[in-house]
Ligand binder design. Structure first.
Ligand code: IMP
Ligand code: MG
Length: 187
């Protein structure tokens, strides 16, 4: 089968936004900064963001939380399960919770509440993409890369059925019959 992926945000646009987000985060002068990346989708964004933080003069430590959402497929989470939790002590620390997409908000509100309960001084959210149209939880991101149209996106860490995380840009899959231009790959 042939799959076409149209570019939504290219590498240069992503790099510029990531640098700008790191500078915004640095402007808030976080203390004992801990970056918590929500796996798996945020791994590339988080890797670029901590290096941009370094360039912005910050010295973050890094942690990972692997969460799994069970629900109606691409419709997002009905229930959030912890596959791996943060090991470091979060007490009194400023935390930046990093994720690929804020959609229903259930995943990030679950993670935020958990870190706050464990005594974090602050928990701020950095979301690469904000998809505001399907929000269910009362939550917003403090730092947003891009507002995302209501499309299923892939690349730069994000997947569709485990595929396409490796793409260096963010794109969306075009169904075969709509195919005109874009990146075409055989699968
Ligand atoms: P929610 O905010 O709890 O609905 O969860 C958002 C999560 O759903 C994201 O972190 C992604 O893992 C996944 N997700 C939502 N929309 C997309 C998409 O367009 N492409 C890939 N993953 C998505
Ligand atoms: Mg995710």
């Amino acid at each position: 089968m042939t799959v076409t992926i149209n570019t939504l945000f290219d590498e240069d646009a992503i790099a510029a936004r990531v640098d700008a987000l790191a500078r915004e985060i640095a402007d808030a002068r976080p203390e004992r900064l801990l970056v918590v990346a929500v796996l798996k989708g945020s791994f590339i964004f988080a890797a670029d963001l901590v290096r941009a933080m370094h360039r912005a003069g910050l010295t973050p430590e890094m942690e990972f939380m692997h969460l799994s959402s069970y629900g109606a497929g691409t419709q997002g989470a009905d229930e959030v399960r912890i596959l791996r939790d943060v090991e470091s002590d979060v007490n009194g620390r400023d935390i930046i919770l990093v994720d690929d997409i804020l959609e229903s908000g259930r995943t990030l509100s679950f993670a935020k509440e958990r870190l706050a309960k464990r005594g974090a001084r602050s928990v701020r959210i950095a979301a690469l993409l904000d998809k505001p149209e399907h929000r269910k939880a009362a939550i917003s991101a403090d730092y947003v890369g891009f507002i995302c149209p209501d499309k299923f996106v892939v690349g730069y860490g994000m997947d569709m059925g485990h595929a396409w995380r490796q793409l260096p840009f963010i794109g969306y899959v075009v169904p075969d019959e709509e195919t005109s231009s874009g990146e075409t790959r055989g699968e």
